[in-house]
Design a protein around this ligand. Structure first.
Ligand code: E4P
Length: 217
């Protein structure tokens, strides 16, 4: 399983990129709004940091296929690594079909059922993004959806990649890897949590103490 970082914060993206663990970035309208900066400028900066797929979503207020197609074409022009993120609606599927036919990669987002994932894949999505944490939030096990989509794509030889989205903690990450997700898109805070183990910290302290006791600094 590969990792993308799920943020529009350039500093967090730099930190994760320097660690060598991410190969792509996902953003959404809420993450862009949180930064309070111009969309094109933020996306161009991100693309100059990470050499991999960067998902930029059409405006949250654009709901018709024609509007999504026009915006998608503009997003794709920002950088060759751009992926256009489109919400899972009938209009979104129509936009996916057109953009994919033009060679533009599409990430269909806000997926909460296996059927939505199947439709998105058949419309030509390069990526489908099922939201794990938001399903957990309503007491429906999100990981079951990831596993089901992975099984269905395997059975039918579907090549769209599964991006586990709405990943909220390190247990989610391990579960996604076991469930067969191709990618987990993870906030920087979770990547940082994943690096930690109390026995690692204790081990470093003991090695330092033992070394200093004999050799000093
Ligand atoms: C990424 O593609 C999604 O937009 C994101 O993971 C949503 O996460 P959240 O449910 O924690 O907002």
């Amino acid at each position: 399983m590969k990792f993308f970082i799920d943020t529009a914060n350039v500093e967090d993206i730099k930190k994760a990129n320097d660690m060598g663990v991410i190969c792509g970035v996902t953003t959404n309208p809420s993450l862009i709004a949180k930064e309070g900066r111009d969309f094109n400028q933020v996306i161009a900066e991100i693309a100059s940091i990470v050499d991999g797929p960067i998902s930029g979503e059409v405006k949250a207020t654009t709901v018709d296929a024609e509007g999504m197609i026009a915006e998608g074409r503009e997003i794709a022009k920002i950088h060759p690594n751009m992926v256009v993120k489109i919400p899972m609606t009938v209009e979104g599927l129509k936009a996916t079909k057109v953009l994919a036919s033009e060679g533009i990669k599409v990430n269909v987002t806000l997926i909460f059922s296996a059927n939505q994932a199947l439709l998105a894949a058949r419309a030509g999505a390069a990526y489908v993004s099922p939201f794990l944490g938001r399903l957990d939030d309503i007491s429906s096990p999100g990981i079951d959806l990831i596993r089901t989509i992975a099984d269905i794509f395997e059975i039918h030889g579907i090549e769209s990649e599964i991006i586990s989205a709405s990943v909220r903690n390190p247990i989610h990450v391990t579960d996604c890897a076991l469930a067969g997700a191709d990618i987990a898109t993870v906030p920087y805070s979770v990547i940082e949590q994943m690096t930690k183990h109390p026995l690692t910290d204790q081990g470093i302290e003991k090695f330092q103490a033992d070394y200093r006791a004999v050799f000093g600094e």
